[in-house]
Write a protein that binds this ligand. Structure first.
Ligand code: NAD
Length: 342
């Protein structure tokens, strides 16, 4: 049997723990996996692009467990009542290839993207960062805000989105959680006095959400929205004035902000900072840029964490996903009998 966490169980489990606790715990799982980076099979994700958006498969393995996520990115979906990003994921045993764990990952992706942002910001942002500019207040936004509070104690949010309804939704969700929120009238207003800027917009184009005038010395830029070929958020000149950190360089060269830069443009894979093999922030005034696209190891960590966390709980069910004849060579026996089964 395969353990399955469906949408309603995921919602019940997240509510029972609280998203902030989950993000905090997930950061630990993720740091564990980033610290053993060399053990993982790594490949840029497999993407199928159409004018509508992209559908991607994100595989990895630590040679004991294999995992993959199915995820889409369709920036115009919300205008038709669909979400921009949806996902599900699987873990399997490497020794026999059987899937052991299956989970919804639309909610889990938002949690893991938030945990990734937090893990990186914890290492790269100034430790006294308390104010974050949030550009784009769609599905990911609340999770990102909670992550930055968990990682650094961010208490004030300066938000901007071209869609006023999305900002109102964000304020409605976040004010009860104790954040101080300023509703800016432009990206430029939102970034004034911010310690961290998170860009989290969705547009299937090379947008310029931020240009060099938005970036003050010492800022940590958490750029998560540009994650596809032809889909970026930053004016490339920003990348020249900061130090750029990435998840997995070969994938980010294709999908991240650095797709706008020459192939030899210098970046640092974040796992090296975590292991002390490369410098992170080296001065108060340094501009650190996390060019986030989302990598398979993060989904692996998230699935591993949920699998462990729901063990012994009521938040999963066993499903019959793999046909399993008594004689492993007699698959036909399951379907070939003349009399109806059951
Ligand atoms: P969403 O569609 O729910 O929200 C995006 C928001 O951006 C919308 O409210 C939209 O009005 C706003 N927006 C668009 N253009 C803007 C502009 N020029 N200025 C200000 N706001 C603008 O999408 P989402 O699920 O929140 O995802 C946001 C982005 O993050 C997507 O591009 C998605 O692909 C990406 N993403 C990245 C990762 C990662 O790991 N890096 C993970 C998940 C999602």
């Amino acid at each position: 049997m395969t353990r399955f966490v469906d949408v309603s169980n995921m919602i019940r489990w997240v509510r029972s723990q609280g998203p902030e606790t989950i993000i905090k715990d997930l950061i630990q799982y993720m740091e564990e996996d980033f610290r053993r980076w060399a053990r993982f099979d790594k490949t840029p994700r497999v993407a199928s692009h159409t004018p509508y958006g992209v559908i991607e498969l994100m595989p990895t393995s630590d040679h004991e467990t294999y995992g993959f996520k199915y995820v889409n990115g369709h920036p115009s979906n919300p205008t038709r009542g669909y979400q921009t990003v949806t996902a599900f994921g699987v873990l399997a045993d490497v020794h026999n290839g059987y899937p052991t764990f299956l989970a919804e990952m639309t909610i889990l992706t938002a949690l893991r993207t938030a945990a990734t942002s937090a893990m990186v910001a914890k290492a790269l942002a100034r430790p006294d960062s308390r104010v974050m500019a949030m550009i784009g207040t769609g599905s990911q936004a609340e999770f990102q805000a909670l992550a930055m509070r968990t990682a650094l104690g961010v208490a004030k949010l300066q938000v901007w989105d071209t869609d006023a309804a999305a900002v109102n939704k964000f304020i409605r969700n976040m004010v009860p959680l104790g954040f101080e929120i300023d509703f800016a009238s432009s990206a430029l207003e939102a970034v004034q006095g911010a310690d961290i800027i998170t860009t989290c917009t969705a547009d299937k184009t090379q947008a310029t959400i931020l240009s060099i005038q938005h970036i003050a010395p010492g800022i940590h830029l958490n750029a998560i929205g540009g994650d596809c070929p032809g889909k970026t958020e930053l004016d490339p000149s920003i990348l020249e004035i900061g130090d750029v950190f990435v998840e997995y360089e070969s994938q980010t060269r294709i999908e991240g902000e650095i797709q706008q830069m020459p192939a030899d443009f210098a970046v640092t894979e974040f796992w090296k900072v975590l292991l002390g093999a490369a410098p992170g922030r080296t001065s108060e005034d340094q501009i650190t840029i996390f060019d986030s696209v989302g990598f398979a190891v993060e989904d692996f960590s998230a699935l591993r964490y949920v699998r462990d966390a729901v063990d012994g709980s009521e938040f999963f069910e066993d499903i019959d996903l793999v046909a399993n004849p008594d004689d492993p060579k007699d698959l036909f026996g399951l379907v070939g009998a003349l009399s109806p089964v059951g």
